[in-house]
Design a binder for this molecule. Structure first.
Ligand code: FAD
Length: 436
């Protein structure tokens, strides 16, 4: 087909939804431009393992340009989307104007702090690869500094870690952090005893892992407590400060590390009509995944507010994958003169791990807990991880860790601001223990 007969499709976001849309557009009468501010796709479900120094950042990332090699008529643009003009049908990014026939908005989600004082400024996020590296470096820096700190109060704050949010990310990260502290860091820092380190998980609800049933929530609680983690249920965070947190009721806890995993909202979509964006920052879609009132604009993934059986679909990778795929198929149908079909999410299951040998899975409504669930969790994550090399390296790391209780990554890299004026400070200075 001649190039001018091809329809222009722009995809914003090379996450799960964007990539699966791209795959399903391949071979169609389209020319695709995929735009992302990062030149890599991030496998977010393993992000917490990067933050807990368990795997290398590049093992969960994959270059978008390498992914595009197999696709004819597709190109990548590394840019920040500045504005979408839904009427004029173009996207402004990186000084360019991308005119489209069809657009897929798949720009994911960001941390949401519910207006809690200081939470945005003083807590660590766990939503991007940069944030995971910053958090890992910070944790390792805290141990380095604590090992030579003489003031007991400062030392205590350096070795106190508070995780806010008892959902899957908070539970998974708390478990991984406990394993890092109990295993490799205990051996690396003989002057720091296990009792000196405190890890707290704060959850405002009455139980952990609200996406699973009560029995699974109780299982997660028992597992985390057996790992020495203090779980505070029914505790709302009122304030996060430079030196710790304040809970509703006036209780405070000193900590140099407050990690926010408690909430997400849709990523900002510049140019989206305010009337279409709901309170959770998500854009309302029609039954075919189109933005209401814009027939050539599809939305997919975390950004999409799609109601099925009277409930909005959760922000998870399986929803994003199925929506990305469906949006692409609907575009091809429209180009072929057909009508777009309604979307329906098929729930293939949910899972979360708590640490070595323990996980929870729910498949076809049946929940399982323990070792078999954990093996299934490992297999599914390896299956979906992009890149053969990444799969092999992550598996090697896991096997090594399982048998030798060792993590491979303990480098503070890039160097932080411990040499002011010379180093690139990724910790944005105020968050670095050396600067506080
Ligand atoms: C720590 C963590 C653990 C998780 N664990 C699980 C799990 O175990 N199982 C599960 O199913 N789900 C899990 N999730 C959720 C899952 O990762 C998301 O639901 C999924 O990534 C959503 O896919 P998406 O394509 O909508 O967005 P994303 O994967 O977030 O991709 C969005 C892309 O858009 C780009 N982008 C955004 N705005 C712009 C802009 N203005 N300009 C240019 N580019 C832009 C971003 O750089 C990004 O690459 C987890 C999420 C996190 C953060």
């Amino acid at each position: 087909m001649e190039r001018k007969q091809l329809k222009e499709v722009v995809i914003i976001g090379a996450g799960f939804a964007g990539l699966w849309a791209l795959k399903n557009l391949s071979g169609g009468p389209v020319r695709v431009t995929i735009v992302d501010r990062n030149n890599y796709h991030t496998f977010l479900p393993l992000l917490y393992q990067v933050a807990a120094a368990e795997i290398e950042p590049e093992q969960i990332a994959y270059p978008v340009r390498t992914l595009l090699r197999g696709f004819r008529n597709a190109r990548y643009l590394r840019a920040e989307v500045e504005r979408i003009d839904f009427q004029g049908k173009f996207v402004e990014c990186g000084g360019q104007k991308l005119v489209y026939d069809y657009l897929i908005v798949a720009c994911g989600s960001v941390s949401h702090h519910y207006g809690i004082k200081g939470a945005g400024a003083h807590s660590f996020g766990l939503k991007t690869l940069d944030e995971a590296i910053i958090l890992r470096n910070h944790i390792l820096s805290c141990f380095e500094r604590a090992s030579c700190e003489v003031d007991p109060e400062t030392r205590k704050a350096l070795l106190s870690f508070v995780i806010i949010g008892g959902g899957p990310t908070g539970v998974e990260f708390a478990g991984a952090l406990a394993e890092l502290v109990r295993g490799p860091l205990r051996k690396d820092f003989p002057s720091i005893s296990r009792e000196d380190v405190s890890i707290s998980l704060v959850e405002s609800g009455k139980r952990l892992l609200g996406v699973f049933n009560e029995k699974s929530g109780a299982y997660a609680l028992a597992r985390l407590e057996s790992m020495g983690i203090k779980v505070l249920l029914g505790s709302s965070v009122a304030e996060v400060t430079h030196g710790g947190i304040g809970l509703a009721g006036g209780i405070t806890a000193a900590s140099r590390t407050v990690v926010w995993t408690a909430g997400v909202s849709g990523a900002p979509v510049p140019g989206a009509p305010a009337a279409l964006v709901n309170g959770a920052g998500r854009i309302e879609s029609d039954e075919c995944l189109r933005v209401k009132g814009a027939d050539s604009v599809y939305i997919a993934g975390d950004i999409t507010h799609f109601v099925q059986e009277e409930r909005p679909l959760p922000m998870v990778a399986t929803v994003a994958i199925q929506q990305g795929r469906h949006a692409a198929k609907n575009i091809l149908r429209q180009i072929g003169g057909g009508r777009p079909l309604p979307f329906r999410f098929r729930d293939k299951g949910t899972m979360a791990t708590i640490g070595r040998s323990s996980a929870i899975t729910r498949i076809r409504g049946i929940e399982s807990r323990g070792f078999v669930a954990w093996v299934l969790w490992l297999a599914v994550h390896i299956m979906y991880l992009i890149g053969f090399r990444n799969k092999i390296l992550v598996m090697i790391n896991w096997v090594y860790d399982y048998f030798f209780f060792e993590k491979s990554v303990r480098l503070i890299l890039p160097r932080c601001c411990d040499s002011p004026g010379q180093a690139v400070c990724l910790n944005r200075e105020r968050r670095c223990p050396e600067c506080r």
